[in-house]
Structures are given as structure tokens and as C-alpha cells.
Design a protein. Structure first.
Length: 355
């Protein structure tokens, strides 16, 4: 069904198509059997994995950015996701950057976005998450408000962390979006370690694993610093990776890309680099430290590539827009058929001591 609907959606501006898609999803979730027609499937029991002491119904989750305000968690979970990551959420509501700020690159199966953490604020997200159905794993992706200087960024992360703590299962600290001025400076070793240590100190019971989301544009030396920070701070691990500021190797004509302007590129063009980062990190961050792989996953093959490189769960975003809900089922089924179903996850069943 999605293959029929997608050409119609792609006639619309991306943000309008996004709103319509979610309106249709919410309606379909209330009609028995409708999501199955769209390609959604409950994950097989054998697809369940345990990571960070949490039981994920499947190894594929939804990356942050798709459901920023936690408005569609119940409907999304019915598509077969093992977890839903909401956000990026900031303490105060903010409109984000000026439109247009989201662009499709169909020739590259990619997107460029400069959304700018548009969201309704952390308290609104908390109210919605309190009403979600039980049994849905939710991660809270947190950031700072645009108007908050980096010198006070820790305060914003702490506010989001403490507000969401009772209603999410894990946290993602986002310091890698290219769409909030100065944010990526927080990836530097000193500020990053200070931020993560503050959150670890405030991680009261029940314990919530903390992950760090990094950019694919970091050098090897910067990735080495990330590994040191993860170990010294005591967080659970890393999400690799966010969008890239690179425009190399695109099939879309350069003048069209230039007209789209600044923003983070996601989708197939970032696949190879994100897998490279996952592999590099895994060689330096032995389990039970966690790596969630994300970037360019538009097929079961791409998902398994991340897992074989050392990822634990994986996440999709742009691939879902181009492939639809059937992508989730294909990944779950491929995982169950693969040796990874046993060999990659059995050693991870102990509670993560690094969270």
C-alpha cells in the first residue's frame, strides 16, 4: 500500500507530507488489520534482544526526529519497532528554523534537514508519554534550546533529563545536530565529559541508560576522545551516527543541492561512513558498552551490515520515508534468519554495568 501512496505524498512539501502521513497512521492504528496492509507487522518473538538491561521486542528502532513530540508512540510501535526514540526535546518549546527546512533528494534516497529542534517543550512530551500504552520502549533524545549559550547548556540537558526520567526507558544526549548553532562544540572532550558526568550523577533510581549521539564527521582522533569520554563518564554507550554536513558523492545535481542550503544529510549517502564509525568504535568499546547503529538503513542488508560491524540495535529514519513500514518487517525477518540472532546478542544478556 505504501508504494501506492508514496508518489502522492512526494508531490507535497516534505513537512506537509509528514503531517498527513502521521494523521493516516493514527487512523490506521485504530482500524484492525489496516496497519498490516501498509506493511506493519508484529515482530517475531525470536527477534527480541536484551541490551542495557532492557528487553527490545526487535533489533530495529525509530530514530529521533520522526516523532519529536511523542504524539504517535502507540501507532508507531504497532509497526513492529523494538523501540521509539522521541525528540530531540528541549526544555522550552521552540519553532525551529525558518521554512523550507526539509528537502528530499530522491536520486540519492536521502534527505537534507535543518529543522532546528522544533518541538513543543519537554513538559508537553512528558504529559503524552504518561498516557502511552504499556510495553513500549521509549528513548528520550534531549538537547538545548537555541537561545541557550553553550556555557549554560548543561542546565538545559539536566532539565530535560529530570523531567523525562520517570517516563522514558533510556536517554540519548544529542550534541551532534548541525542545525543548532554551536551545538557540535559540545562534542569536544572537556565540555562533553562535564555534561555526561552531571547526568550520570543525577541518574537516580530507576536507573536509565544514557547514550551519546555523535556526528559521522568526526576524525579518528575525535572518535578516540569519544571512547575515552564514554569510559570515563560511565554512560552506556553511543548512537552512531547523526546526519552529516558532507555533500560528497551525491547524484543530485550540485546546483540543486546548493539551492537547498545548509543542513544535515541523511539516508543512503551516509551509510558507508556511519558503518565505518560503528566498526571503529566497536574495536575500542568492548561490550557490554552499547553501540546503536543508524545511518542509511533502507534495507535488511544495510541493517545487518551495521550489526555485523558491531552495532547492537539499529535505528531507521530516512529509509522509512522511502521504503515504508515493510522495511521494519524485512529487517526483523532477516535478523531472525541470520546467525546474528544468536551470536551477536547472546553475550549481551547481562545488565550493562556502564549505564
Amino acid at each position: 500500500m505504501y508504494r501506492i501512496i508514496r508518489p502522492l505524498l512526494f508531490l507535497l512539501p516534505p513537512e506537509r507530507a509528514h503531517r498527513i502521513t502521521f494523521a493516516l497512521l493514527d487512523v490506521a492504528a485504530r482500524v484492525p488489520g489496516m496497519l498490516a496492509l501498509a506493511g506493519g507487522r508484529k515482530p517475531p518473538a525470536k527477534a527480541a534482544v536484551e541490551v542495557m538491561g532492557l528487553c527490545f521486542p526487535s533489533p530495529v528502532g525509530l530514530a529521533a526526529g520522526m516523532d519529536k513530540d511523542a504524539k504517535h508512540v502507540d501507532a508507531l510501535s504497532a509497526l513492529g519497532f523494538g523501540h521509539i526514540e522521541i525528540g530531540t526535546v528541549t526544555p522550552l518549546a521552540q519553532p525551529g528554523n525558518e521554512r523550507p527546512r526539509l528537502f528530499r533528494l530522491p536520486k540519492d534516497l536521502a534527505l537534507i534537514n535543518r529543522m532546528g529542534f522544533n518541538n513543543g517543550g519537554v513538559e508537553a512530551a512528558v504529559r503524552r508519554l504518561k498516557k502511552r500504552k504499556p510495553g513500549i520502549l521509549v528513548g528520550g533524545n534531549i538537547g538545548r534550546n537555541k537561545a541557550t549559550p553553550n556555557e549554560r547548556a548543561v542546565d538545559d540537558y539536566v532539565k530535560c533529563f529530570e523531567a523525562l526520567h520517570p517516563v522514558v526507558d533510556y536517554f540519548t544526549v544529542n550534541v551532534s545536530s548541525p542545525n543548532t548553532a554551536g551545538l557540535r562544540e559540545l562534542q569536544d572532550k572537556g565540555p562533553l565529559l562535564d555534561l555526561l558526568r552531571e547526568l550520570v550523577v543525577r541518574n537516580a533510581q530507576p536507573h536509565r541508560p544514557i547514550l551519546l549521539k555523535i556526528a559521522p564527521d568526526l576524525s579518528d582522533a575525535q572518535l578516540d576522545d569519544v571512547c575515552v569520554v564514554v569510559k570515563e563518564s560511565g554512560i552506556a554507550g553511543v548512537i552512531a551516527t547523526n546526519t552529516t554536513i558532507s555533500r560528497e558523492g551525491l547524484r543530485t545535481p550540485p546546483d540543486e543541492v546548493a539551492a537547498m542550503g545548509m543542513g544535515g544529510l541523511s539516508g543512503v549517502p551516509v551509510r558507508a561512513r556511519s558503518t565505518e564509525v560503528v566498526r571503529y568504535l566497536r574495536e575500542r568499546l568492548p561490550r557490554p558498552m552499547v553501540i546503536i547503529g543508524v545511518g542509511g538503513i533502507d534495507s535488511a542488508e544495510a541493517a545487518m551490515e551495521k550489526i555485523q560491524a558491531g552495532a547492537d540495535p539499529v535505528q531507521v529514519y530516512t529509509g522509512l520515508i522511502y521504503e515504508g513500514p515493510a522495511l521494519i518487517s524485512r529487517i526483523n525477518e532477516a535478523f531472525v534468519r541470520s546467525d546474528a540472532c544468536l551470536s551477536y546478542f547472546e553475550p549481551r544478556m547481562d545488565t550493562d554495568a556502564h549505564g
